[in-house]
Write a protein that binds this ligand. Structure first.
Ligand code: G1P
Length: 300
């Protein structure tokens, strides 16, 4: 079974949950500690063996293209000033993989965005990573999903166990047989009403491994929740064919498109940072001592 070397990153969303920061800056470019959020997702995929990316963007998101391109002026300046470490870091970004970009002309849904990758993908199996979801697992989950796909040829989605009020913001799975981290999927519904949620298993983090036959399924998918072409509906239509399995994510996942979770990501990733971690630990201890850091009665 083919090795998965291509990934599609749908990054056309407007980031309205993070306004006003995202009025001009794409939400994927908001920094978490010292790099933009999307760079974590790219590095995760590269660690899982991905070599080539198609990033689906929108007008006003040119910064994404610039970030992964060479920057000759900046590199020449850093070189002339002997800023070697900064130069290596800047060059490393464009050397992580091959990057291609296309624009989703209109916001017609996640399924539609992924459908735009048909010609890029050809007849290979490929991965999709939603850039709001940040994992710091060195590609462990995606590698596991790619192996599972290689064994079965099925569609592989990532899933997590969430409180009922939360799971209904995701695609929700009706699980069949569960063996370790592998869940057989009997049915899957995008953002069901609470009373209709089949389980607490939600499709998050947004990680998928697809055979190329997903494109025919997307083409046959009618608009669903929100009047958009939903990838979840296209996946549901493949259950009776190649089959759908979920891989359970057991690591932390941050929703970087949401203010509170972005703060959590920033603090935790900073604490684990090789260079900044020790100093930040002291700063954080001082902040906690200075403020009355006890949980609020109710979280907003
Ligand atoms: C999308 C998908 C949903 C998935 C979620 C994960 O929803 O449609 O199935 O569970 O991402 O983050 P969105 O968050 O774009 O509304």
């Amino acid at each position: 079974m083919a090795h998965v070397r291509k990934a599609v990153i749908p990054a056309a969303g407007l980031g309205t949950r993070f306004l006003p920061a995202t009025k001009v800056v794409p939400k994927e470019m908001l920094p978490i500690v010292d790099r933009p959020a999307i760079q974590y997702v790219i590095e995760e995929a590269v660690a899982a063996g991905i070599e080539d990316f198609l990033i689906i963007t929108a007008p006003s998101k040119k910064a994404l293209e610039d970030h992964f391109d060479r920057s000759f002026e900046l590199e020449a300046l850093l070189e002339s000033r002997s800023k070697d470490a900064a130069l290596d870091e800047v060059r490393r970004i464009s050397e992580l993989a091959k990057f291609h970009f296309t624009r989703q002309g209109a916001p017609l849904g996640l399924g539609h965005a992924i459908g735009m990758a048909r010609n890029y993908v050809g007849d290979e199996s490929f991965a999709v990573l939603l850039p709001d979801d940040i994992l710091v697992d060195q590609g462990a989950l995606l590698s596991q999903m790619i192996s599972q796909h290689a064994e079965t040829g099925s569609v592989i989605v990532a899933a997590g166990h969430y409180p009922l009020e939360e799971v209904v913001s995701y695609g929700v799975i009706d699980p069949g047989e569960i063996k370790g981290d592998v869940i057989n999927v009997n049915s899957i519904v995008e953002k069901p009403p609470i009373a209709e949620a089949a389980s607490n298993y939600g499709l998050a983090p947004g990680r998928y491994v697809f055979p190329s036959s997903i494109f025919d399924a997307i083409d046959a998918t009618k608009p669903g929740v929100g009047g958009e072409i939903q990838i979840t509906d296209a996946i549901a239509s493949m259950i009776s064919g190649v089959g759908v399995q979920a891989t359970l994510n057991r690591n932390d996942r941050y929703d970087a498109g949401q203010k509170l979770d972005w703060l959590r990501a920033t603090v935790e990733i900073a604490l684990d940072h090789d260079e900044l971690g020790p100093g930040f630990r002291d700063v954080l201890a001082q902040i906690i001592a200075k403020h009355d850091v006890t949980p609020a009665q109710s979280t907003p």
